[in-house]
Write a protein that binds this ligand. Structure first.
Ligand SMILES: *[C@@H]1O[C@H](CO)[C@@H](O)[C@H](O)[C@H]1NC(C)=O
Ligand SMILES: *[C@@H]1O[C@H](CO)[C@@H](O)[C@H](O)[C@H]1NC(C)=O
Ligand SMILES: *[C@@H]1O[C@H](CO)[C@@H](O)[C@H](O)[C@H]1NC(C)=O
Ligand SMILES: *[C@@H]1O[C@H](CO)[C@@H](O)[C@H](O)[C@H]1NC(C)=O
Ligand SMILES: *[C@@H]1O[C@H](CO)[C@@H](O)[C@H](O)[C@H]1NC(C)=O
Ligand SMILES: *[C@@H]1O[C@H](CO)[C@@H](O)[C@H](O)[C@H]1NC(C)=O
Ligand SMILES: *[C@@H]1O[C@H](CO)[C@@H](O)[C@H](O)[C@H]1NC(C)=O
Length: 539
């Protein structure tokens, strides 16, 4: 064959062979890791060949690497000891790969039947993935304000990057979150960063077809707040008891924790910290009218200063030392006057209520209250005015009370003697004297006008004698009012049996009824018997 026709033949082979070149080599490229080994396989099993050539094109020049023929394996000296070629299947093994081994490898096979086949495959020697690390454009961020740019860098070839928050893939939305990949870096940009964006921890994974490596966990503090600035309690009674254990506490969601300052009616108070105690308020002056209290939360990093809603109240002194002043002299019904007045040692009194024996006390013909209710005049005192008087002083923060026991001396107006008017001789008899009086009256008894030595309300005779007949007079005397009342009673002592009443009216009536019933029965029986006697008919 002349050279021209040989070239034509080769071209012809290539035209068919190139189209089906991958009959003898797999699809490329083949990736291999630097300094490791790689076997460039063929799809041939046991080809019947004269020679196999492997050549290498690094893009600049073509080098013959290895030739397998009847003469055995021939290697280019540079590949000695580093390359083998399997005589059975044509596999080319390259050991201790260097980056210079990247390029096009071509296999040429000259078959025994004179055919030639050729094919190519690309080998990429990849640098191992290493040094994956995330860096931030700022050491700490401010929520909403900061645009955080995280850069993940790595060494290695043909790198792909993915970002994860914990184990969740971070997906760029193209607006707030954008990701830009370059050969050795990936940039994650978070505009208007949120506190939740970076509490991950965040990881970046760099990978190529053969290897991957995850970065160390990355956290970036995102400062935020103060948010939700609130005072507790959020509302209070209108009046707070002076000196009581009361305080307001301010809180906020904030990173770093907020610092707090306090305002009274929009005016700054000399109080810092989250708690405003009533003691601190009182130290600055009394709060007699309802005033507004607010706190402000300040974040040193975000430079935000946020006020709380207001809480309003006034501070009022509790009422204490309540006392009733009343008459100290002896009081006599009908002739004394009482002035009860109620006063407190401390506190502002808003309402005054009077009770007598636990029930509300009301105005009457002889009882009037002072206009301010703080005293009550009873004139003249009556016996019904005796009792326990209570005055209750109240304001919005407490009620204090005091009591006064008023004794009203009275009576006796009358004295009454009770007992039988007649008694049989030798029977006992008791006469009782009663007289309404306070204090209790002293009693003396007179018989037929002569003073006896009985000094109790009862005059007791164990066995009545005829000489006990006569008039008994009881004298009741109240030593305080000086009043005396008398009552009389006549007693007669009769002979034995004189007071027997015989059959009672009831018994007499019973006897009469029984007699009448028996009589009626007898008459009835007689009439009945007579009817039974046969009477001869006149016909
Ligand atoms: C060459 O390949 C054949 C078939 O795959 C295998 O049996 C043989 O051991 C290989 N030879 C060497 C030297 O690796
Ligand atoms: C990152 O923050 C999370 C949650 O606050 C925490 O559990 C983790 O330990 C932090 N990791 C690092 C590396 O700071
Ligand atoms: C004040 O009240 C708080 C909470 O109610 C309590 O913990 C504290 O012991 C009280 N202090 C005094 C002095 O009573
Ligand atoms: C954040 O932005 C707000 C409004 O734009 C601004 O008032 C504030 O000062 C900013 N904070 C910081 C720390 O720059
Ligand atoms: C009332 O009191 C006055 C003065 O204490 C006295 O003079 C008068 O006798 C008294 N009257 C009666 C009814 O007790
Ligand atoms: C009753 O007593 C109070 C207190 O002592 C006094 O202020 C008031 O004037 C008195 N009222 C009368 C009517 O005397
Ligand atoms: C007492 O008076 C009555 C009548 O007034 C008289 O019948 C009686 O005998 C008198 N008794 C004595 C012990 O004087």
């Amino acid at each position: 064959m002349d050279p021209f026709s040989f070239k034509t033949f080769l071209l012809f082979v290539c035209l068919i062979g190139c189209g089906s070149a991958q009959d003898i080599l797999p699809e490329g490229p083949v990736d291999a890791v630097l300094s490791r080994d790689i076997v460039l396989t063929t799809l041939l099993t046991k080809p019947d060949y004269t020679a196999i050539f492997w050549s290498f094109n690094d893009g600049i020049e073509v080098t013959n690497v290895a030739t397998m023929s009847a003469a055995g394996l021939k290697l280019k000296p540079a590949y000695e000891g580093r390359v083998t070629l399997n005589a059975t299947n044509g596999f080319l093994t390259l050991k201790s790969l260097t980056s210079k081994d990247s390029g096009e490898y071509t296999i040429n096979i000259l078959f025994n039947d004179g055919n030639t086949r050729t094919a190519e495959i690309e080998l990429r020697v990849l640098k191992p993935v290493s040094g994956v690390i995330i860096k931030s454009n700022m050491p700490e961020a401010v929520e909403h304000n900061s645009t955080v740019i995280l850069t993940c860098s790595a060494q290695g070839s043909f790198l792909n990057f993915i970002w994860t928050n914990g184990s969740t893939l971070i997906v760029a939305d193209g607006k707030r979150l954008t990701v830009k990949d370059e050969e050795m870096t990936s940039t994650l940009t978070i505009a208007g960063v949120l506190r939740s964006d970076l509490i991950g921890p965040i990881f970046c994974t760099a990978a190529n077809n053969l290897e991957k490596e995850k970065s160390p966990a990355f956290n970036l503090t995102v400062h935020y707040g103060p948010d939700n600035v609130i005072i507790s309690p959020a509302s209070t009674p209108q009046f707070i008891r002076a000196g009581s254990n009361f305080s307001l506490a301010c809180s906020a969601l904030s990173s770093p924790p907020a610092t707090f300052s306090w305002f009274q009616n929009q005016k700054a108070m000399e109080v810092l910290g989250p708690v405003l105690s009533l003691g601190a308020i009182e130290k600055l002056g009394s709060v007699t009218k309802v005033e507004d209290f607010t706190c402000r939360a300040q974040n040193a990093k975000t430079l935000r200063n946020v006020p709380s809603p207001a809480v309003s109240f006034a501070v009022m002194d509790a009422i204490s030392g309540t006392k009733i002043t009343g008459p100290t002299v002896t009081l006599i019904a009908g002739n004394s006057t009482a002035n009860l007045s109620c006063q407190a040692m401390a506190g502002t009194v808003k309402t005054t209520t009077w009770l007598k024996d636990g029930k509300p006390l009301s105005t009457s013909s002889h009882l009037v209250f002072a206009a301010n209710m703080r005293s009550v005049i009873i004139n003249p005192l009556q016996k019904g005015d005796r009792g326990q008087y209570t005055c209750q002083l109240s304001n919005p923060v407490n009620t204090d009370q005091a009591s006064f026991k008023m004794e009203v001396n009275f009576g006796p107006e009358t004295a009454m003697v009770e007992g039988k008017e007649a008694v049989e001789v030798n029977e006992p008899i008791t006469l009782t004297c009663s007289a309404e009086s306070y204090p209790t009256a002293n009693f003396t008894w007179k018989f037929n006008g002569t003073v006896t030595d009985v000094k109790t309300d009862k005059y007791i005779i164990m066995e009545a004698k005829y000489k006990n007949t006569g008039t008994y007079t009881c004298e009741a005397h109240n030593t305080v009012t000086g009043k005396t009342a008398t009552g009389s009673h006549k007693l007669s002592v009769k002979e034995e049996g004189a007071l027997d009443e015989g059959l009672s009216d009831g018994a007499i009536a019973g006897i009469i009824i029984a007699v009448l019933v028996a009589l009626a029965a007898a008459i009835g029986l007689i009439i009945y018997c007579r009817q039974k006697v046969p009477v001869e008919s006149p016909y």
